[in-house]
Design a binder for this molecule. Structure first.
Ligand code: ATP
Length: 939
C-alpha cells in the first residue's frame, strides 16, 4: 500500500480516498486486514517505562517509620559503644533487619496492589466498530489498520487518524490534542491546506465525537498518529493517595511520634530512677518499637486494591482506589431508568395508528382480535417507512449466517419489529440527511428521496413531536389534527405510559419544493402525525431486591430519567421505588418532577424537595429530564452534604458524572466519554451491581478497621512489660526483638487475612458512615487499648509470672539475663502474646457479630494466617535460629496447657462484650424516636 499522508488525503473526494488507501466502501477483507496488521503493527502507543521496581523498593526505606526504627537502631549501637559486649549491637542489627523485612513486605504489598489495579484496567478492552468485508464488526482498537472504514457514533473516541467519507452533523471534541474543548464541526468534503488540527475532514486519534455520526477511512495508526507523535503518555492517571491512606499515614505518624516521645520520656525516667544508661536505653527503645504500627500503611493499600478486585468480580470496575472508600459512604444513588433499572432490551408491543389500537404479536398485527392481512396493514406504509428509515440500527453478521442487530436499543426494537412483520421488503429510500437524536430535543429526523420528492421522517417523545404536527394520517387521508384528536392521542400516550411502555410518536412531512435552506426549523414543522409506537422494557430481575437492600442500608435511590413521567412511575412501582400500587398506598403521594418544573424551582425549593420528611419516605421521581437537569439535582444533593453516586451513559451526562462523588458509566451502553469521566464502570449496566459495589466499599472500610484493631491491640501487652520494668521494678517480661517479632512477624499474615474478609450479612443493614468519620474512632480506641489490649497484657504477664513462680522465683529476686529460666520466662510472654493474637484475629472479624454467627470457615485466609502465625511461633521458640535471633529458649510441654487456653479466654471475653453491647444497642434503639422533618411539596 502506498504511504499516504494526512496532508495529501484531505484534498481527495471520498471515492479517491478509498483508492488511495487501497480499500473500498465495504472496508478491508479479513485477510487484508490481517496482512496490514502484520505490516503496520498493533494500533497502540508505546507506553513510557513504568516506575522502576528498584526505585519503588528503595522508597520503602525513606518512610517515616523506617526512619524511626533507624533512630532506635542507632541508639542501640550507641549503647553498645558505651557498654560493649552486652548485646545491644545484636539489637541494633535486629532492628536494621526489621527495616529491611518491613520494606520487602511493604514493597510486595504495593506491587501486588498496583498489579491488581493494572489488571483491572485491562478488563475493559477498548473496541470500535469498523466495516470488514462489507459487514459492521466490533474489533479491538489495537487491531485497527490503515484502510479500515470506521463507523463513528456519538460519544466514541477515535482510535486512529482517519479521513471522513461520510459525516452527519458531526461535532468533535479535540481537547485531548488542542487543549480546547470547544466543539468543532467535521464534514466529509475535500479541504484546502491548513493546520492538521483544523482540517475539517480529518478525525484524529484520541479525540471524541460529541454528536452526530459518520464514516472515516483510517490513514495512520499507533505511533504514526498525530496523538502518538505528541503524546508523552504521562497522561495516564497517577495513583494518588486516597483520603483513607492519608488518614492512615496521619495516624501512623501521630502514633510514631507519640511513641518516640514516650520512648525518650521513659529513657529519661529510667535515668532519673538510677536505672543506668543501658537499662534506660532498652526501656526507651522498647517503648518506641512496641508502639510503632509498622505494617499498617501497606496493608491498607493492599486491602483497597483487593476490594477493587472483588468489585470487578461482581462486575463493577473501579478506576481509582479513592472510589472504593467513597462508595462505602454513598448516601444517595441517582440512577437512570433505561438500561440501569431496566434491561434496555425493548420490544414493540402496541401501536396506535389510524385511531386504532394495534397489538404487535409474534409475526402478526391484530386489532381487537382480528389479525390484519398484509394488504390491510399496507395502508400504514408511511408509518412503517418511518420506523425503518428514521433508524440507525444496523444488521450485522455474527458468524455462520446468523444476524444480529446493533445500535440504540429503541431503534433496534423498531428494526426487529419491521423484520418480524415482514416489512423490510419495502423499497429502500436513500437517505439525504439527518438531524440526529439528542436527549434535549428528544426527537430525530431523517430526510429521504421518495418517488421524486424529499420526505422527512420524524420520531421522538410525544410531547416533543405532537406540537409540531398539523395533520394526521386517517384512512389514506391526512386531515387537519383537531384539538379533540390531539387530546385523544395524548390520552392514549398517557395510558401506554401508565402501563410502563416507552413511547415514540412518529410523523412525516413532504418537504415542499420551495424550501431552499434545510434546518431544524424549516424541516421539523407542519408534520403529519402517523402514530404511536409503545415498547416494553422490563426491569432487571435483581433490581427490586437491590432497591430494598439500599433502603435497609440507608441509601436513597433517586430515579432521573428522560422518559415519560407515567412510564417512569410505572417502572418505579415495578421495582419497588414507590411502595404500594399508587392508587391506595403512599406511592400516590410521591412527587414526579418534570424537567420543565425543575426549571421553575430555585435551589432552596429543590433542596426542600430532596429532603425526606421522615426516614424511608419515597424520594421524588425525576422524569423528562435533560442532562443539565440531572446536573442540578446532583449539585443540590451535594450541597446538602449527601455523598452522591450518579449513573450516566451519554456524552451530555459527562458533567454530572464528573460532578458526582462517584460517577458511574455503563460498560455496555455507555459512550467512551462517559466511561472516561467515570470513577466506576458497570460491566453489566445493572443497578444491582452498584449496590453490590457499595456493599464491597463498606466491607473494605470495615476490614481496614478490623486489621487496624488487630495490629494495635498487641501494642498494649508489648508496652506493659516495659512499664512494669521501669515503674514497678518487675523483671523485663519481653525483649525488644520479641516485640518486633510480633509486630513484623507473627501479626502480619493474619492482619492481611482480615483484609480479605467478605462483607457480612449485616453490613447493608446499617446506615452509611459519614465521610468525615475517623477510622480510629473513640469507641474503637477504647476497645483496642482498654479492653482487648488490657486483657492480652494481663494474660501475657500472668503467664510470665506463673512460669517464673513455678520455677521457684519470688518477687524481688534478681534475675540475670543469662539465666535460662529467665530466658524461658520471656519466651512464655512472647508465646502468650502470639496465642492471644490467635484469639484476637477471630475477635476482630466483626465489631458486633459473634464469631459463631460469622462461621469459622467463611474466610479461609484467616485460618491460613493463624496456621502461619503458629508455625512461625514454633519456629522462633524451638529452633536454634529463632533462639539466637530472639533470645528465646525452648519451652517445657506443660506450659502449653496454659498457653493454649489464652486465645479462648480472650475470645470468650470479647463474645461477652458483644452480647452486652448488642443488648445496650437494642435498648437504645427502642427508646429513640425518629424526628420528622417537613418536606415542601413542589409548588
Ligand atoms: P434514561 O435517562 O433513564 O436512560 P431515556 O433513555 O428514556 O431514559 P432519553 O434517551 O433521553 O432518556 O429518551 C427520552 C425520550 O426520547 C424517550 O422517552 C423516547 O420517547 C425518545 N427517544 C429515545 N430514543 C430515541 C431515538 N433513538 N429516536 C427518537 N426518539 C427517541
Amino acid at each position: 500500500m502506498p504511504e499516504v499522508s494526512l496532508h495529501d488525503i484531505r484534498r481527495l473526494v471520498p471515492e479517491e480516498v478509498f483508492l488511495a488507501l487501497e480499500t473500498s466502501r465495504g472496508g478491508l477483507s479479513h485477510e487484508e486486514a490481517r496482512r496490514r496488521l502484520g505490516l503496520y503493527g498493533p494500533n497502540h502507543l508505546e507506553q513510557s517505562e513504568p516506575a522502576s521496581p528498584v526505585r519503588a523498593f528503595f522508597r520503602q526505606f525513606t518512610h517515616f517509620l523506617a526512619a524511626l526504627l533507624g533512630i532506635a537502631a542507632a541508639l542501640a549501637f550507641l549503647a553498645e559503644w558505651m557498654r560493649p559486649g552486652e548485646g545491644m549491637a545484636m539489637l541494633g542489627w535486629a532492628m536494621l533487619g526489621i527495616i529491611v523485612v518491613n520494606a520487602v513486605f511493604a514493597f510486595f504489598q504495593e506491587y501486588k496492589a498496583e498489579r491488581a489495579i493494572h489488571a483491572l484496567r485491562l478488563i475493559l478492552p477498548a473496541t470500535t466498530w469498523a466495516l470488514r468485508a462489507g459487514q459492521p464488526e466490533e474489533i479491538p482498537c489495537t487491531e485497527v489498520v490503515p484502510g479500515d472504514v470506521l463507523l463513528l457514533e456519538e460519544g466514541e473516541r477515535i482510535p486512529a487518524d482517519a479521513r471522513l467519507v461520510e459525516a452527519v452533523d458531526l461535532r468533535m471534541d479535540n481537547a485531548s490534542l488542542t487543549g480546547e474543548s470547544r466543539p468543532v464541526r467535521r464534514t466529509s468534503d475535500p479541504a484546502e491546506d491548513g493546520h492538521l488540527h483544523d482540517i475539517p475532514n480529518l478525525v484524529l486519534a484520541g479525540t471524541t465525537i460529541l454528536s452526530g455520526r459518520g464514516r472515516a477511512v483510517v490513514v495512520a495508526t499507533g505511533m504514526q498518529t498525530e496523538f502518538g507523535r505528541i503524546a508523552h503518555l504521562s497522561t495516564l492517571p497517577q495513583a494518588g493517595a486516597t483520603p483513607l491512606q492519608r488518614e492512615i499515614a496521619r495516624v501512623t505518624h501521630v502514633v510514631g511520634l507519640l511513641s518516640l516521645a514516650m520512648g525518650i520520656l521513659f529513657f529519661a525516667i529510667g535515668l532519673s530512677m538510677g536505672l543506668g544508661l543501658w537499662t534506660s536505653a532498652i526501656f526507651g527503645i522498647g517503648i518506641i518499637a512496641a508502639n510503632v504500627p509498622e505494617g499498617l500503611l501497606p496493608t491498607v493499600t493492599f486491602a483497597l486494591a483487593m476490594g477493587a478486585q472483588r468489585m470487578a468480580k461482581r462486575k463493577a470496575l473501579i478506576k481509582h482506589l479513592n472510589s472504593v472508600e467513597t462508595l462505602g459512604c454513598t448516601t444517595v444513588i441517582c440512577t437512570d431508568k433505561t438500561g440501569t433499572l431496566t434491561e434496555n432490551r425493548m420490544k414493540v408491543q402496541r401501536l396506535f395508528v389510524d385511531k386504532l389500537q394495534v397489538q404487535a404479536q409474534e409475526g402478526c398485527l391484530n386489532v381487537s382480535g382480528h389479525v390484519l392481512t398484509a394488504l390491510e396493514a399496507d395502508r400504514w406504509k408511511d408509518l412503517f417507512d418511518a420506523v425503518i428509515h428514521c433508524n440507525n440500527a444496523r444488521r450485522t453478521r455474527r458468524g455462520e449466517g446468523r444476524h444480529s442487530i446493533i445500535g440504540d436499543p429503541t431503534e433496534v426494537a423498531l428494526l426487529e419489529f419491521a423484520i418480524d412483520h415482514g416489512l423490510l421488503h419495502r423499497p429502500f429510500l436513500p437517505r439525504m440527511g439527518e438531524l440526529p437524536f439528542d436527549s434535549d430535543r428528544k426527537r430525530m429526523t431523517t430526510l429521504h428521496w421518495r418517488e421524486g420528492r424529499l420526505v422527512a421522517f420524524v420520531k421522538g417523545a410525544p410531547e416533543s413531536l405532537l406540537p409540531l404536527c398539523e395533520r394526521q394520517l386517517v384512512r389514506d387521508d391526512t386531515p387537519a389534527l383537531e384539538q379533540s384528536e390531539r387530546r385523544r392521542i395524548e390520552q392514549q400516550s398517557r395510558t401506554f405510559a401508565e402501563q410502563a411502555y416507552r413511547i415514540l410518536a412518529v410523523a412525516m412531512r413532504d418537504i415542499p419544493h420551495g424550501v431552499d435552506r434545510l434546518t431544524i426549523e424549516t424541516i421539523e414543522r407542519d408534520l403529519t402525525f402517523l402514530g404511536l409506537v409503545a415498547m416494553i422494557d422490563p426491569p432487571h430481575r435483581e433490581v427490586p431486591e437491590a432497591i430494598a437492600r439500599c433502603r435497609r442500608a440507608g441509601v436513597r435511590t433517586i430515579m432521573i430519567t428522560g422518559d415519560h413521567p407515567s412510564t417512569a412511575q410505572a417502572i418505579a412501582r415495578a421495582v419497588g421505588l414507590i411502595p404500594g400500587d399508587g392508587s391506595t398506598g403512599r406511592g400516590r403521594f410521591t412527587p414526579v418532577i418534570e424537567g420543565s418544573r425543575l426549571e421553575e424551582m430555585d435551589d432552596a425549593a429543590l433542596q426542600r424537595l430532596l429532603t425526606p420528611a421522615h426516614p424511608g419516605e419515597p424520594d421524588p421521581i425525576f422524569a423528562r429530564m435533560a442532562p443539565r437537569h440531572k446536573m442540578r439535582v446532583v449539585s443540590a444533593l451535594k450541597a446538602m452534604g449527601e455523598v452522591v453516586a450518579v449513573t450516566g451513559d451519554g456524552v451530555n451526562d459527562a458533567p454530572a458524572i464528573k460532578q458526582a462523588d462517584i460517577g458511574i458509566a455503563m460498560g455496555r451502553a455507555g459512550t467512551d466519554v462517559a466511561k472516561e469521566t467515570a470513577d466506576m464502570v458497570l460491566l453489566d449496566d445493572n443497578f444491582a451491581t452498584i449496590v453490590n459495589a457499595v456493599e464491597e466499599g463498606r466491607a473494605v472500610y470495615a476490614n481496614i478497621r478490623k486489621f487496624a484493631t488487630y495490629v494495635l491491640v498487641s501494642n498494649v501487652p508489648e508496652v506493659v512489660p516495659y512499664l512494669g520494668y521501669g515503674i514497678a521494678g518487675a523483671p523485663l517480661a519481653l525483649t525488644i526483638p520479641q516485640v518486633l517479632a510480633v509486630d513484623l512477624g507473627t501479626d502480619m499474615v493474619p492482619a492481611v487475612a482480615l483484609g480479605a474478609e467478605r462483607p457480612h450479612s449485616g453490613i447493608m443493614d446499617q446506615p452509611p458512615r459519614t465521610r468525615h468519620e475517623r477510622l480510629l474512632s473513640g469507641a474503637l480506641l477504647l476497645r483496642v487499648y482498654l479492653f482487648l489490649g488490657l486483657i492480652e497484657a494481663a494474660l501475657a504477664m500472668g503467664a510470665f509470672f506463673w512460669f517464673l513462680t513455678d520455677q521457684g522465683w519470688r518477687w524481688g529476686q534478681p534475675l540475670r539475663w543469662s539465666d535460662p529460666v529467665y530466658q524461658q520466662a520471656t519466651t512464655v510472654t512472647f508465646a502468650a502474646i502470639v496465642m492471644a493474637q490467635v484469639g484476637n484475629v477471630f475477635a476482630c472479624r466483626s465489631e458486633r457479630t459473634s464469631v459463631f454467627r460469622l462461621g469459622w470457615f467463611r474466610n479461609p485466609w484467616v485460618l491460613g494466617g493463624v496456621a502461619v502465625e503458629l508455625a512461625l511461633l514454633l519456629f522462633l521458640v524451638y529452633t536454634p535460629i529463632g533462639n539466637v535471633v530472639l533470645g528465646t529458649k525452648p519451652l517445657p510441654a506443660w506450659i502449653w496447657t496454659v498457653l493454649v487456653a489464652i486465645p479462648f479466654v480472650l475470645l470468650a471475653s470479647e463474645e461477652l462484650r458483644k452480647v452486652i453491647a448488642d443488648r445496650l444497642r437494642r435498648a437504645n434503639d427502642a427508646v429513640r424516636q425518629p424526628t420528622p422533618r417537613p418536606r415542601a411539596r413542589a409548588a
